[in-house]
Design a protein around this ligand. Structure first.
Ligand code: KG4
Ligand code: ZN
Length: 343
């Protein structure tokens, strides 16, 4: 079964063709970084206008690179939230028109479910239950997945997301945009123990995250620092370690408690070098496999949406999707629900 996956949730226009939920035939991502760079953040109105311009060429390229035409596509999967509303509307409108014209089912995919399914693209599939650490520009969550489409939220951030604080601290330090990858690279040559960022105490929950304190602390440290290359490297290294320590802190206990057999990272921040190394060390110690997508599949892409769409179609009532797909709505703050519940 060939699924065309479309993601326009933020500032990347992406279309991909995926076979049977796991074989990526094409995955085209048109980045808008150069348009938003000078503003230091994504400008929603510019993002949605650019999606409008890019969707047709990006989709055409995805089909061409996969060596197929629209006639070969069996279903269309599209992100309908969460994300920037204007951007989501462009992708969903485009997908609806395409599904209507080609008479194939249209499958709505939650963006976080998409990120999780990036780990299902490949030869070896994760074994359930999977404990997913989803870390992106807008999310920092631990989600247990007991089978396809059955999601249980175990922990989330009370304030900023991990990617968001990476970007904000990097921006203040005058690094590139988006800042996460630049700060990550800088941190590689710094000393993480020069400035320590201890774990925050969060009232009411053992597992939830909070990154606003560590962000403020890093910004204050930078303000008062001498701003030499060396001190920037050390600050980046200490800050990155503080974020990663916090992200992994509840993982061991939750794996034991839930009986998870796989640890999986996903979302843009899963590209972080220290997070990948530390997660591997933790998984080795617990003697369970770690799944992490390739760096291209960590950040937003259409292939992960196509994979999630394939499994949703297969597992969660294809007839219902076939009759109701075109009525799909999008929402900036869409909640992640288990399949079968939100349909
Ligand atoms: O998943 P994604 O592409 O978009 C959202 O759904 O938000 O994630 C983008 C986020 C940005 O905040 C970006 O700075 C961060 O992922 N990111 C990183 C790294 N690569 C991307 N953060 C830390 N280290 C990295 N290597
Ligand atoms: Zn994302």
């Amino acid at each position: 079964m060939l699924i065309l996956g479309i993601d326009t949730s933020c500032d990347d226009t992406s279309c991909a063709v995926v076979k049977d939920g796991r074989q990526v035939l094409s995955n085209i991502v048109s980045s808008q970084t150069n348009l938003h760079e000078k503003f230091g953040g994504v400008v929603p109105e510019i993002a949605s206008r650019r999606h409008l311009e890019m969707l047709i060429p990006v989709c055409g390229e995805a089909l061409e690179q996969a060596g197929v035409t629209l006639k070969d596509i069996d279903g269309i999967a599209v992100t309908n939230g969460p994300g920037l509303l204007g951007s989501l509307l462009v992708g969903v409108g485009f997908a609806k028109a395409l599904a209507y014209a080609t008479k194939v089912p249209l499958i709505d995919v939650h963006h976080i479910a998409g990120h999780i399914y990036a780990n299902f693209l490949g030869e070896t599939l994760p074994e359930f239950p999977v404990l997913n650490l989803v870390v992106s520009g807008g999310h920092s969550e631990l989600i247990l997945m007991e089978s396809h489409g059955r999601f249980t939220l175990l922990a989330e951030t009370r304030d900023d997301a991990a990617g968001e604080v990476f970007d904000k601290v990097a921006r203040e330090m005058g690094l590139g945009f988006p800042g996460g990858p630049y700060l990550d690279r800088l941190a590689e040559s710094g000393d993480p123990d020069k400035i320590a960022f201890p774990l925050p105490k969060i009232r009411g929950s053992k597992y939830d995250y909070s990154f606003s304190g560590i962000k403020t602390r890093a910004l204050l440290e930078f303000e008062s620092a001498d701003k030499t290359e060396e001190s920037k490297r050390d600050l980046a290294a200490g800050f990155r370690k503080g974020v990663v320590d916090q992200l992994l802190n509840p993982v061991e206990e939750l794996i034991r408690q839930t009986g998870a057999r796989t640890l999986a990272l996903s979302g843009g921040v899963a590209a972080n070098a220290l997070l990948r190394r530390e997660s591997q060390a933790l998984a080795d110690r617990l003697n369970i496999p770690l799944f992490v997508p390739s760096r291209e599949l960590c950040t937003d892409n259409g292939a992960m949406i196509a994979s999630a769409g394939y499994y949703k179609y297969r597992e969660a009532g294809s007839s219902r999707l076939e009759s109701e797909g075109l009525l799909m709505e999008c929402s900036a703050g869409l909640e992640l629900r288990s399949w079968g519940v939100d349909m």
